[in-house]
Structures are given as C-alpha cells and as structure tokens.
Design a protein around this ligand. Structure first.
Ligand code: ADP
Length: 474
C-alpha cells in the first residue's frame, strides 16, 4: 500500500474524530428528543384527563364530554366493550384506536388516528362510574412533535457531511501550513547533502520560521549541529592538506638525495655526507609525525599525562641547559630567573617538551647577540613561566593564529629546529591538558613574550619512592 503523506493522514484523523463526535452528539440529542417528547405528551394527557374524570365521576349524567370543544384536544368516553358513550364536539369522526384494546386496568398510552390523516397521541384512562367500568380517551395531535424529530434528523443528515467537508478543508489547510517549514527544511537539507564534498563547506543556515515554536527550535538546533560538523570537516580537510604538505618536503629531499646518490658509485665520505642529510630529514619527519600524534591524542582526549611530584624550576633548568649550546652558536644569552623553588604535580616529560618549544622558538626567531629571559614566578594561585626574547616579534595580523596547526607567521630558516608549524599548537595542548593556558604579547622588531600559566597544584616531591600515577584526560 502506498504510504500517504502526513498531511493526508492528519486530515483523515481530524475528519474521522469530528465525524464520530458529531454523529454521536446528533444521535444522543435525537434519542433524548424521541424519549422526552412522548413522556411530556403523556404527562400533558394525564393532566388534561384528571379533572375531567373527576367531573364525570361526580356528575355521571351531566354528559359534559359531548359539550367539550377545545382546539387540539379530543375526548371520548367508552364502555368496557369499547362502545363510544360520549365524544367531544370537535370530533367529526371517532378516534380510531388502531389495535389498542379499550379494556385497560390502568392508564395506557399509544398512537391512534382521527379520520384518515391526523395522527394523535392518546391516553386511555379507566375509571368506575356507578360500578361500571368506563374509559376516558384523551387525544392530542402528534403532528408538531413528530415534525421536530423529522426536521432534526434531516438537519443532522445535512450538517454531518457538511461539517466533515469543512473539517477536512480546514485541517488540510492548517496542517499544510504547519508542515510548510518542515518541507522547507527537507529541501534545504537535501541541498546541503549535495554539497557535502564542497571544499568551501556545505553548511548554509536552515530557514527558521519562528524561533519560539517546536519547528523553529528544531531548525536552530540543526543549524548549530550542522555548523559544528561543517567546521570540523573543514578543519579536518585543512589539517590533512597541511599535514601532507609538511610531510612532502622532507620526503622530496630524501627522494632527490637517494636518486643522486644512486646515479653513480660514491666514496665512503660522500655516503656519510648524504647520510647526515638523511638523518636531518628523518628527524624532521619524526618530529612532525610525533607532533601530529600528540595533537590527535589531545583532540581525542587521550593525552595521558602523568601526575608526578616535581619542581618546575628544575624542569625549566634542564630545558634551558639543553638549548644552551644552540643559543651559543647564535651568541644568544639565556638569562634564567629560576631561583624560586616551586613544587608542582604534573607530567615532567610533557612539561619539558612544552618549555623546549618556547626556548627553541625564542632562539630560532631571534637575531644574533640577543637575550632570552626565562622567569618563574608564583602569582594569584598560579605558576607563571615567562619566555621573553628580543627577536623578530609577531605582527598583530598573525598573532591570533600562531597557535593554529601548521600556521607560520615567518618562514624559519633552514638548519633551524622546526616543528613544521606544530610547536605552539602542541604547547597549547599540553598547557590545556595540565589545566593551564598560554598568553602571548609581541612587538614586531622588538621581541615576543610567551607566558605559560599553570594552576598551582603543589606536591611535595619525593621522587623515587612515590609511584607515578597516570592521569587520563577526557
Ligand atoms: P614553527 O616554529 O615550527 O614554525 P610554531 O607553532 O612553533 O611553529 O610557531 C608558529 C609560528 O609562530 C612560527 O612560524 C613563528 O612565525 C611564530 N613564532 C613562534 N614563536 C615565536 C617567537 N618567539 N618569536 C617570533 N615569532 C614566533
């Protein structure tokens, strides 16, 4: 069976419900009328008959009934065999009781006829007159009351299909109007589905008919969701493009060097010279791949950080010592202000890696015979590690983006240790994983200051005896 549209199904439902309710109401009213009207008529017949019976009993010879001429009310007095003893003046033909037996022991009601046409409601009231059983027959026309019931039935039969038609029309219109935003959403979503592979992104805002109703809120929620998905997909695409671009350069160098080396027989020195080049390129590749791995683990909340007691000043001292020789080749002095002993609880290896990134950058982006100052301080419940250089600085145009992956404000000169544009992104991931943050201030031509702010989680270092606890970051 073909699936009907929601609009059609809702219209059918509304119409059926209204139809059943209306038919039920009409039937109930009709039943009430059909029961109530005869009851009222019977009561009226009894009320009319009662004084008359009393009169006849008290004055048996008065022949009062023969003189009665009340419009719309007819009377007969019968004996026990049904023979008419008296009848009202307005009866030109006798009442045809049509099968109702006059031998009744208590008031009896029924439908009778006067002449051929006039249908009447009759009451047969038995009474004793001089020890004789008599029956007073009182009749009133049913014409009016029957007509009410018939008219009501006709009106109901006409109104029911009309009401159903109007209900169907209104519900089809209203449901159609209410569902119009869903149709618009469907069309818009279908368009987006076609654009999913678009490099510029697929998301354009879904139409929000009214932000206050359910459909409006649904559209707004989908807008937020799809915008997020679109931006994540774009970032992912950009990331893959940048990563492959970064990996291509060292691979191209390795390929070129290998081809050159194999083009003719070489001496041992030449092989050794080339192996140094290979080693450098492998180091670059390793750094990039390791950086990407660290970042992807951080993205997935899987960067496992140790929570071990350490002294921050000691980790900083070690990092400074490691870059001293490189600084010396550029005649750069590393000034350490690390006199304060600050106990901390964190991952020594990752902290060391983060400090090295800032020190490497400070040396890399500074000219010869300058100074790099490393300061450690405790301030407002935080630990602040400041790396201040007198290097080339970063222009305000680049400053907001330097923590993005693969972003480079300035080309790094060959021979320098470089992270492939991942250094600051990794440093930020580590700082965040430790619950901290990084701030940067820079003046082009004057130098840059990077401040690592870590929450003060002090722990009494008892290296060696204390087991290392692994902290999993979600
Ligand atoms: P990389 O140094 O490998 O290019 P980073 O992520 O470490 O990647 O740094 C991103 C960019 O930020 C660098 O390319 C450089 O332009 C800028 N930068 C970082 N540190 C400094 C600094 N101390 N002085 C000047 N520029 C810097």
């Amino acid at each position: 069976m073909r699936t009907k549209t929601l609009r059609f199904r809702m219209m059918l439902l509304f119409t059926t419900v209204v139809g059943v309710l209306l038919a039920g109401s009409y039937l109930a009213v009709w039943g009430l009328l059909a029961h109530e009207v005869p009851t009222q008529l019977n009561r009226q017949l009894l009320d009319t008959a009662r004084p008359l019976v009393a009169d006849i009993i008290t004055e048996p010879n008065a022949q009062d009934v023969n003189r009665l001429d009340i419009p719309g009310e007819f009377f007969e007095v019968l004996d026990a065999t049904g023979h008419v003893l008296q009848h009202s003046k307005n009866l030109t033909t006798l009442i045809n009781l049509s099968g109702i037996s006059p031998a009744v022991s208590r008031p009896t009601f029924g439908i009778a006829a006067i002449g051929d046409a006039q249908s009447v409601r009759v009451a047969l009231i038995p009474f004793q007159q001089a020890n004789q059983l008599r029956v007073l027959v009182v009749a009133i026309p049913t014409l009016g009351t029957n007509r009410v019931l018939t008219s009501f039935g006709r009106v109901a039969l006409l109104l029911l299909p009309l009401s159903l038609l109007v209900t169907a029309g209104i519900s089809a219109f209203y449901v159609g109007r209410s569902l119009a935003p869903i149709n618009a959403l469907t069309q818009h979503a279908a368009l987006m589905a076609k654009r999913v592979t678009n490099r510029q992104g697929f998301w354009t805002p879904l139409p929000v008919s009214s932000p206050y109703d359910e459909l409006g809120r649904l559209a707004e929620t989908f807008n937020q969701l799809l915008q997020g998905v679109d931006s994540a997909v774009r970032q992912l695409r950009q990331f893959v493009t940048d990563a492959s671009h970064e990996l291509r350069t060292p691979l191209a160098v390795l390929h070129g060097e290998t081809e050159l080396l194999l083009s003719k027989p070489r001496s041992a020195e030449e092989y050794q010279k080339n192996l140094f080049v290979f080693d450098e390129e492998f180091k670059k590749l390793t750094r990039i791949v390791e950086g990407l791995f660290t970042l992807s683990m951080a993205d997935a909340g899987q960067l496992h950080l140790m929570c071990e007691p350490l002294y921050i000043n000691e980790v900083l001292e070690e990092a400074c010592a490691l870059v001293t020789s490189r600084a010396r080749t550029k005649n750069i002095v590393i000034v350490r202000e690390l006199n304060q002993e600050i106990a901390y609880s964190g991952d020594e290896a990752f902290l060391h890696q983060m400090f090295l990134i800032f020190l490497d950058n400070a040396i890399k982006y500074s000219s010869e015979a300058t100074q790099v100052r490393v300061t450690l301080a405790q301030q407002d419940g935080t630990i602040r590690v400041v790396f201040e250089d007198q290097g080339i600085g970063i222009s305000s145009k680049h400053l907001p983006f330097i923590f993005e992956r693969f972003y480079r404000a300035a080309p790094s000169s060959s021979g320098e240790v470089h992270s492939g544009g991942l250094g600051l992104a990794i440093a930020q991931a580590i700082a965040r994983a430790q619950g901290g943050s990084i701030e940067c201030q820079s003046t082009p031509g004057a130098g840059s200051t990077f401040t690592v702010i870590l929450p003060l989680i002090s722990a009494e270092p008892n290296l060696g005896s204390q087991p290392k606890q692994k902290l999993m970051l979600a």
